[in-house]
Design a protein around this ligand. Structure first.
Ligand SMILES: [Zn+2]
Length: 263
């Protein structure tokens, strides 16, 4: 599923082609991703609107319109935002510029919403921003007995870290994903804080992880999957110690770790 680095890659790609463009028409092939209002209303609200900004918050793409209305897209599991159609296109935004935007979603977990004003998303601070300081991270871990991996995925506490990068960050920090958050000592918290920032920054650099569905707006795969150390590597040797990577379930999610390197 697209996580922070993948959505950031798409944002950077799409931004120059949408900024200052007007939505000429909206073609709805399947209305099921559009939430909150009918397909007809959705069209009416958007056609003629000028896009004046595009930002990413956690895994959301927020298109700011000149009217100060917002178009918000969450790609869910298999959502894509493309410059050319694929077989799963649900909504097409025809723009005044050179490119149209095709929203595709094979499994329909993606969500498209219209807001009259800037949406209040219930999200915690996100890594790679000033608000994700070491002292903030220490504060949210202290007193919580939740397994550390479950805590990392709690978007209300900390936003933008998904399953792939939670697994990878815990490996880098040498921390067992099942440990209670509060059991981490200062040094471990510091290591994990750095590991989260490093893994996300690197994944952006490599244009995201194309695990199964993800492709960028040009339809190209990212390459961070080639650099994963534990995620989806169950049974393969650890890159550090050659112990077999183990897969377990923590908080309902597939969790990969090295039983020797992660304490
Ligand atoms: Zn190992």
């Amino acid at each position: 599923m697209p996580e922070l680095p993948e959505v950031e890659t798409i944002k950077r790609e799409v931004l120059p082609f949408v900024l200052g463009q007007t939505i000429k028409s909206v073609e709805i092939k399947d209305p099921r991703n559009i939430k909150g209002i009918s397909a007809e209303q959705f069209k009416k609200k958007l056609v003629g609107q000028k896009i004046v900004g595009l930002e990413r918050k956690a895994k959301y793409l927020l298109f700011k319109l000149a009217s100060l209305n917002y178009l918000v897209i969450h790609l869910g599991m298999t959502g894509r935002l493309l410059f050319a159609p694929d077989p799963y296109v649900k909504v097409v935004f025809h723009l005044s510029g050179t490119k149209s935007l095709y929203f595709s979603d094979a499994r329909l977990f993606g969500k498209i919403r219209f807001f009259n004003s800037e949406p209040k998303l219930d999200l915690g601070p996100e890594p790679l921003t000033k608000s994700f300081s070491l002292s903030f991270f220490k504060k949210i871990l202290a007193k919580r007995s939740t397994p550390i991996k479950v805590l990392l995925l709690d978007q209300k506490l900390l936003s933008g870290v998904g399953n792939i990068y939670a697994n990878e960050a815990l490996f880098r920090a040498g921390i067992d994903p099942r440990r209670q958050a509060k059991s981490l000592n200062d040094k471990e918290v510091e290591k994990l804080h750095k590991a989260i920032e490093d893994v996300l920054a690197e994944a952006i650099k490599y244009r995201g992880t194309s695990d199964s569905w993800y492709v960028d707006a040009e339809g190209k795969k990212g390459s961070f999957q080639l650099r994963l150390k534990v995620y989806r590597r169950a049974g393969e040797p650890c890159v550090k110690c050659k112990t077999k990577i183990k897969k377990i379930v923590v908080g309902g999610r597939g969790t990969y770790f090295c039983p020797k390197c992660q304490k």
